[in-house]
Design a protein around this ligand. Structure first.
Ligand code: UD1
Length: 347
């Protein structure tokens, strides 16, 4: 049975952002059932969640593109009140070579969930979107009203199309609400070092590469470009602590379930409001941990955006949520997680 706050279905709940969100949901008094196909994660994550919260979330190993499996899940858990949808493929580069896989995974998952929500009295869905929808912005920081640019990868396109699907369904009178969250760059790990990011193979994203280079798994970090039109020539992003990010999902769920949403569909940028360059992030990591990151400057990575950071005012004011963790603390958490993986003999 779920407790009084009700049950939340977290798709992709053993993944990086999903697992941190399950922790915060349980800390806030929600019951959770996770569905995950473990394509890019590991069932051990459930143990980490249990060690942090003292509660073991229910877990169903299945693929959200499998309509029958999802239908059975809703039959087994008739108390699901809300959904947070993290289940998606997320590697920009891979999406260029496997576009159909990306469209199938990301869009069929969403379509199945929306179909079943309507039939099962689910009040709302929180959708993981991305700042990628703004492309290379003409003006920074970006607000939710900044123009949406044509997507530069199938991954980015799935986020844009998903936002449109949800919007169209709700305008057509669907019996649920949605909160769309556009993440900037999520980094760091839970301060307990029980859960964190666990990339498959060679990391494509900056921080896992940094921690792996720092611990000696990788020879050196390649800094992609020092000739951008920025203060030190490297790209600028808005790096947001993953626990801060997870907490925003709890607020979003509460808004939908407690009928506080101002509109049936709401969109929020989730970032810190600070633009940080790649070289500044490396300085922060070294200052916070005392560990050097071996590096070399190489050419630009195709498809990279020069600079993008959030104006999070709307989320700050309307959700009453703010990213609070200083970047040095976030870097320390990423390093503690890498060291924990080493202790466990995983990496
Ligand atoms: C991109 C997408 C984001 C998506 C994410 C998932 C944009 C603006 N963002 O983030 O929506 O969710 O991928 O993969 O399209 N860097 C290095 N060396 C490395 C790795 C990265 O210098 O080895 C630099 C990059 O050039 C970039 C920064 O670090 O300037 C961050 O890169 P990364 O972590 O890959 O994230 P984004 O490309 O910003």
């Amino acid at each position: 049975m779920s407790n009084q706050k009700g049950r939340i279905l977290v798709t992709g709940g053993t993944g990086y952002i999903g697992s941190h969100t399950v922790v915060e949901l349980q800390n806030a008094g929600y019951s959770v059932v996770i569905i995950d196909n473990l394509s890019n994660s590991n069932a051990d994550v459930i143990d980490g969640i249990e060690r942090i919260t003292g509660i073991r979330p229910d877990f169903v190993e299945a693929d959200c593109t499998d309509f029958d499996a999802l239908k059975k899940l809703f039959a087994d858990y008739p108390d699901i009140k809300g959904i947070i949808n993290f289940a998606a493929s997320k590697a920009v580069g891979e999406s260029m070579t496997k576009p159909i896989l990306y469209y199938r995974n990301n869009l069929n998952t969403l379509l199945n969930l929306l179909d079943l929500m309507g039939e099962n009295d689910v009040k709302g869905i929180v959708f993981s979107s991305s700042c990628t929808v703004y492309g290379e912005p003409d003006v920074n920081p970006v607000t939710e009203k900044s123009p949406i640019k044509k997507a530069t990868s199938p991954y980015g396109n799935t986020k844009q199309i998903s936002e449109e699907i949800i919007t169209d369904a709700i305008y057509a009178g669907a019996p649920y609400k949605s909160v769309i969250l556009r993440y900037f760059n999520p980094v760091g790990a839970h301060p307990s070092a029980e859960i964190g990011e666990l990339p498959n193979g060679v990391p494509q994203n900056l921080i896992p590469y940094v921690t792996q280079a720092a611990i000696g798994i990788r020879k050196e970090l390649s800094v992609f470009g020092n000739d951008y039109n920025t203060r030190d020539g490297s790209c600028i992003r808005d790096y947001i602590n993953v626990v801060d990010l997870a907490k925003a999902h709890v607020v979003a769920v509460e808004r939908m379930l407690e009928d506080k949403s101002e509109e049936k569909i709401e969109i929020f940028n989730l970032g810190t409001g600070d633009g940080v360059s790649v070289l500044e992030l490396l300085e922060s990591f070294e200052r916070a941990t005392g560990v050097k990151v071996p590096r070399k400057i190489v050419g630009r990575r195709a498809g990279d955006i020069e600079k993008v950071w959030a104006d999070p005012t709307y989320a700050n004011e309307v959700l009453g949520w703010k990213a609070e963790t200083p970047i040095d603390d976030t870097m320390r958490s990423a390093w503690a997680w890498q060291c924990r993986l080493r202790e466990r003999g995983i990496m």
